[in-house]
Design a protein around this ligand. Structure first.
Ligand SMILES: Nc1ncnc2c1ncn2[C@@H]1O[C@H](COP(=O)(O)OP(=O)(O)O)[C@@H](O)[C@H]1O
Ligand SMILES: [Mg+2]
Length: 267
């Protein structure tokens, strides 16, 4: 698989001196302060940070669901107007329609976006095969396990063929075994599709295993505390998690978080 040449890539997303406040003034209830970061085209970037530091808020601003209070977020050098199919979200709780079959769920977005019928079907088939659910295409969500529903959700988001995939702790609600399997599958999927991903998680191993860079956010207000490169070749085998390099990076990340605020939630 070709590795992207980062220096030749324009940033896909430019977060430029972003501030965000839920209050009436910038100072009141300031959640994100002076946050600047470029996300490269085809990059897999993770954001970790303590609970309440503004990770979901940041994703919502990138998605266009919340307005920046000050500063800008650019997509391919331009400021998008509100949300669009070029940026799709995957949340912790899957966003599948219970009254639609697996296939109908995956077809919904492309169909709504006006894609021709034959192309909708071909796209859905491709992503259902990629997540290993083609044989289950006529089932309803209630007939599926949590892990399978999450696969439907990922296929749903990817079938939109977004420029950017925004994922907010997508695997956090899954049991450990299912979570590890999905991480591995998603790693394969990402290496095939190379969509730009911004992935929020509080699981440091997950962040390191999947990403090319990990951003640590501080809390009160949310700022870029540290950006760490993950110089491990893609695609990665799950065994990489036990390597000395990996464990050292994990230790370093944990230390940054611990020094900041006394560690992460649930860790
Ligand atoms: N609608 C809202 N109004 C006011 N404050 C909010 C709202 N939503 C979230 N917050 C606050 O913003 C901060 C960041 O929240 P969030 O982005 O969800 O953090 P994270 O995803 O990192 O846990 C938290 O302190 C939260 O309480
Ligand atoms: Mg959150």
């Amino acid at each position: 698989m070709d590795q992207p040449n980062k220096s030749a890539n324009q940033p896909k997303i430019q977060i430029d001196h972003l501030y965000f406040s839920f209050g009436d003034t910038l100072k009141e209830n300031l959640i994100i302060e002076d946050f600047s970061l470029d996300v490269y085209d085809q990059e897999f970037l993770s954001v970790v940070g303590p609970s309440g530091c503004g990770k979901s808020t940041l994703l919502n601003i990138i998605a266009g669901l919340l307005p920046a209070t000050r500063g800008r977020v650019l997509l391919d050098g331009a400021e998008p107007e509100g949300p669009g199919p070029d940026r799709t979200m995957v949340f912790q709780d899957d966003a599948v329609f219970p009254w639609y079959t697996v296939r109908q769920n995956v077809e919904y977005g492309p169909r709504a976006a006006g894609m021709p019928r034959a192309e909708v079907e071909a796209t859905a088939t491709r992503y259902l095969q990629m997540v290993g659910l083609y044989d289950d295409r006529d089932k309803y969500p209630r007939q599926l396990s949590g892990g399978m529903r999450k696969r439907v959700d990922i296929a749903r988001a990817m079938a939109m063929q977004p420029q950017v995939l925004l994922m907010d702790e997508p695997f956090a609600a899954l049991d450990v075994m299912t979570k590890e399997r999905l991480q591995e599958e998603f790693m394969t999927l990402w290496n095939a599709a190379r969509t730009t991903v911004v992935f929020v998680t509080h699981d440091l191993e997950e962040a390191l295993y999947l990403s090319e860079r990990v951003v640590v956010m501080s809390r009160n207000p949310g700022r870029v505390e540290r950006v760490m490169d993950v110089p491990l070749e893609q695609p990665r085998h799950v065994d990489v998690k036990t390597s000395a390099v990996f464990q050292e990076m994990r230790r370093e990340l944990a230390e940054v978080l611990h020094t900041m605020h006394g560690g992460l939630e649930a860790r």
